[in-house]
Design a protein around this ligand. Structure first.
Ligand SMILES: NC(=O)c1ccc[n+]([C@@H]2O[C@H](COP(=O)([O-])OP(=O)(O)OC[C@H]3O[C@@H](n4cnc5c(N)ncnc54)[C@H](O)[C@@H]3O)[C@@H](O)[C@H]2O)c1
Length: 267
């Protein structure tokens, strides 16, 4: 038998939050392994950059700018993606926003609505459409959601973000149950401290020098031995786990929430 080191040749992948960070790194890993990718994000310029990087690998990368808070825009994004790709083998619900650890008395309903719209509601409604396409085409597909270690154990005290990631783990398990008869697996990755733009936006929101939030928390987590592997995580660290969950090697795994966190979380 001839073995190929490219595991996703002829496969179509849809990734949200593909403009930067974990989404971009994962898109590139899929492209290097032969997949074509529909890329969704609210940030047009960076999304175009990701698409250009994918084109550089010889694969197709279709950028679709979309605000996942807006249901009409979300449905239009899926229509566009399906119009070009017809079916999908892998869905990576990765877009997410934080709440910069807002103090409980400062939290208003609109923060709650925005964070849950992107982190929980959008993954459900995208999965709903894409799972139907997988079922209709007999595809034993893969759905992977980006949760967080904060969704398992709340260390930072964030209320809206951490609870949304717990909800996303719950959604992952519920969909895993309902889609199991079709051999569609649904899993989550739970990143720990990963150096991506999400942290740099938090610096800006909290008026801290660029790069200081992640540096501070990584250093103190190493010192207190919460972070066992003594370094910050990279987007590629997470991409490796996503690619594994999308691969044939993970065919018997569903409903799991895999930590990628240097040992911060062990369950
Ligand atoms: N970086 C970390 O330490 C860390 C830890 C745990 C979980 N995560 C999760 O990883 C995922 C990816 O984040 P990242 O760290 O790569 O940061 P990132 O900011 O680079 O990626 C998140 C992407 O989501 C997009 N997005 C946000 N709101 C959107 C909307 N309304 N519509 C469409 N796209 C939208 C952003 O534009 C961005 O490109 C997120 O779900 C995040 O919560 C990150």
């Amino acid at each position: 038998m001839e073995m190929s080191d490219k595991r996703f040749v002829g496969k179509n992948v849809l990734i949200t939050g593909a403009a930067t960070g974990i989404g971009r790194a994962t898109a590139l890993r899929f492209a290097h392994e032969g997949a074509n990718i529909a890329l969704c994000d609210i940030k047009g310029r960076e999304l175009q950059e990701t698409a250009a990087m994918i084109a550089g690998t010889g694969q197709k990368g279709l950028p679709i700018v979309c605000d996942l808070c807006n249901m009409k825009d979300l449905e239009r994004m899926i229509d566009t993606a399906l119009g070009q790709f017809l079916t999908f083998d892998v869905l990576f619900n990765n877009a997410g926003i934080g709440d910069t650890n807002a103090y409980f008395e400062d939290i208003e309903a609109d923060l709650w609505d925005r964070v849950y719209a992107v982190n929980v509601k959008a993954p459900f409604f995208i999965s709903k459409r894409i799972a139907r396409i997988m079922i209709d085409n007999g595809i034993k597909g893969r759905i992977i959601n980006t949760a967080s270690t904060e969704g398992k154990t709340n260390r930072g005290g964030s209320i809206v973000y951490a609870s949304s990631k717990s909800a996303l783990i719950g959604l992952t398990q519920a969909l895993a149950v309902q889609l199991a008869p079709y051999e569609i697996t649904v899993n989550a990755v739970c990143p720990g401290l990963i150096d991506t733009p999400i942290w740099h936006r938090a610096d800006k929101a909290m008026e801290l020098p660029d790069g200081s939030a992640i540096k501070m928390i990584v250093e103190s987590s190493i010192e207190s031995r919460i972070l066992k592997l003594p370094r910050v995580g990279t987007p590629d660290d997470v991409a490796g786990a996503v690619i594994f969950l999308a691969s044939e090697d993970a065919a018997y795994m569903t409903g799991q929430a895999i930590n990628v966190c240097g040992g911060i979380e062990m369950h």
